[in-house]
Design a protein around this ligand. Structure first.
Ligand code: NAD
Ligand code: MG
Ligand code: MG
Ligand code: MG
Ligand code: MG
Length: 330
């Protein structure tokens, strides 16, 4: 199934969340020797054991591994690297990340003897696992930061291949490109942009006197139909499926909402990402105990669209609204 000419490193996966679990299961099914490194008594230890993995402390797990995948939350990686990985990784091992943030912005400066690579599937862990199980894969991007062995690229390709990524598509990138575009995408378009657009549309309708239930369907619920069409065939396919009236409205009103000034502000967001301002602020926020993060999150959770949405979704019997852990394990 996997390419025989590529190296077959022994692998330690540190972290068993969204990505960690999917990587560990796919790599094991692809024939790799996989050990999972987790804090004893940590929240995902039982899950990794139930999946049949040999679970060790992060320090023990990485000592003998040829390749160590760092799949903990981004904000704990620096401490993990400094206290556990740097003193225990074997000479000449390969250190692998699924997001370039810590290396690109210099929070982690990997030891000189290590290969340092990135393999990032373009999808959440649950999809990485599900696609693999049905014989397909999620596209992966990969990058090389440091190549001491001369085999860093083959190691990244072997790992991506074991994840199932080679069945879909592999694209080479750099730590800089992956980090900056990933942050921009989630901030300007995917998470930040899309949720703000939906909230603003909802507020405009409700403030104009329309029923919140109707507003919810129009600006949030139906977004799925549009995004599914984007996913299947781009904006071309969306235009094929919506009415002529919807198309004409798109052409004349879309650019009134997202205009040159919006694009200029997107460039400011990108600049803050590129020059490190965003990361500096995020690290400071994390170290201060997340005071603003918690406040912003609470405001989102209490937004009127969440209140009405909860009531309406209770009647949508077809929805899978199982808890995150359960959904990811499915
Ligand atoms: P997650 O929050 O789902 O899981 C984190 C795991 O790390 C958990 O098992 C947790 O118990 C463990 N952990 C936390 N602190 C630890 C510590 N100090 N030592 C050892 N283990 C610890 O994380 P995730 O979303 O899978 O993200 C992991 C990496 O993958 C990040 O770099 C992220 O940017 C990247 N990534 C995530 C996605 C995604 O869709 N979630 C997609 C691509 C890349
Ligand atoms: Mg991303
Ligand atoms: Mg991201
Ligand atoms: Mg938001
Ligand atoms: Mg348009």
């Amino acid at each position: 199934m996997t390419q025989p000419s590529l190296p077959r490193p022994s692998i330690a996966i540190v972290g068993y969340g969204s990505q960690g679990r999917a990587h560990a299961l796919n790599l094991r099914d692809s024939g790799f020797d996989v050990t999972v490194g987790l804090r004893p008594g940590g929240p995902t230890e039982a899950k990794a054991k139930a999946d049949g993995f040999s679970v060790k402390s992060p320090a023990e797990a990485v000592k003998s591994a040829d390749l160590v995948a760092v799949l903990t939350p981004d904000m704990v990686q620096k401490k993990l690297y400094d206290e556990v990985l740097a003193p225990n990784l074997k000479q000449g091992a390969c250190l692998l990340f699924a997001h370039g943030l810590n290396v690109h912005f210099g929070m982690i400066s990997p030891r000189d003897d290590l290969d340092v690579v990135l393999v990032a599937p373009k999808g959440p862990g649950a999809l990485v696992r599900r696609e693999y199980e049905i014989g397909r894969g999620v596209p992966c991007i990969y990058a090389i930061h440091q190549d001491r062995s001369g085999k860093a690229k083959d190691l990244a390709l072997s790992y991506a291949d074991g994840l199932g990524g080679a069945r879909a598509n592999l694209i080479e990138t750099t730590f800089k490109e992956e980090t900056e575009t990933d942050l921009f995408g989630e901030q300007a378009v995917l998470c930040g942009g899309a949720s703000s657009l939906v909230q603003a549309g909802f507020e405009v309708l409700v403030e104009a006197g329309y029923q919140p239930e109707i507003a919810y369907y129009e600006v949030l619920h139906e977004l799925k139909l549009i995004v599914d069409l984007f996913y299947e065939g781009g904006i071309t396919r969306m235009l094929e499926f919506v009415s002529e009236t919807a198309q004409y409205g798109d052409y004349v009103s879309g650019p009134r909402v997202i205009d040159a000034a919006t694009k200029e502000r997107m460039r400011e967001v990108l600049k803050d990402i590129q020059d490190g301002t965003f990361t500096k602020n995020w690290v400071a926020e994390y170290e201060a105990g997340l005071p603003n993060y918690k406040k912003y999150k609470q405001a989102d959770l209490e937004h009127p669209i969440e209140v009405v949405g909860k009531q309406l979704r209770a009647k949508m019997v077809w929805l899978d609204n199982s808890p995150k852990e359960q959904k990811e394990a499915a």
